[in-house]
Design a protein around this ligand. Sequence first.
Ligand SMILES: [Zn+2]
Length: 325
Amino acid sequence: MKSPYISRRSLMIGAGALSMTPMLASGALAEAPQLGTQIPGWYRFKIGEIEATIISDGLLNLGSANDQFPAAPQDQIAEIMKAEFLPVEPMMLEQNCIVLNRGGRLVLIDSGMGKDEMFGNGAGRLLRNLAAASITPEQIDDIVLTHAHPDHCWGLVGADGSPLFPNAMLHLSQVDFDFWTDESKLSAEGFLPAFVAGARRNLLPYRERMNFVSDGKEALPGITAIATPGHTLGHMSYIISSGDEAFLNVGDVCHHYALLFENPGWEFAFDTDPGLAAKTRLRLFDMAATEALPMIGYHFPFPGLGNIRRAGSAYEYVPIALSHG
Ligand SMILES: [Zn+2]
């Protein structure tokens, strides 16, 4: 196949191009077609003996930050976003799924948005990025969900409704399964019917190979569930540990690294119980800061790995430097 990087100069040599101007002869004007949008695909690191790979499902477009944090002062949102060099609109959130390889079992945490474009066309890249990281869907033994919202479970089935991960057991909280597959909510107001219909479509095909996780118990060896209710009532965070290393997978306890560490009490539009979600966020932040637990944030900037430190009565997020080891 012809390389897109072959320079115009090298193609022209046979046509007498050696007499071209010195600037062209330097090769600095090599023809290199722009390759289009680039979203990071995957990032691999170790947690003790576990090989962990963050797999991006791409970006979600959440519209205006003012709509997503409706009770927060708009001037404060504008000030923070400006200080972070981010627009108030669109507020983009990344999706950091994760694959854990414990040597013998491959575990995927959260499945991304699938092909639905409810939040724009930048999502649904999990399968492509799994392939880029040399992982096939057939290799996934277990899928652990933080909760049953679209961007976490709508990537479980294909367009024909059949499981995309044919060998995987599904692990999630029973509270979330019962809530988001409840048929009676299909006639509710607001976003609930669409969310419930999508959860039913994605979760029910796995009904015969489903395990419910409980607070304080291991969902799988080295993956301990912590009930973190509020964003959804059955939301679970997970401590992933091996040897003396551990990471806290916060899931959707915190959606935005710039806004919510500084204002952990702010309520998010898609929270089922916003007041409880804020209390849970404060509890989890306090735990992570006290125990110096590094975090994996599903919606933090790729690859979503960071530490938390106290800053007055609030917190600060500090991204972890990437490793090349
Ligand atoms: Zn989410």
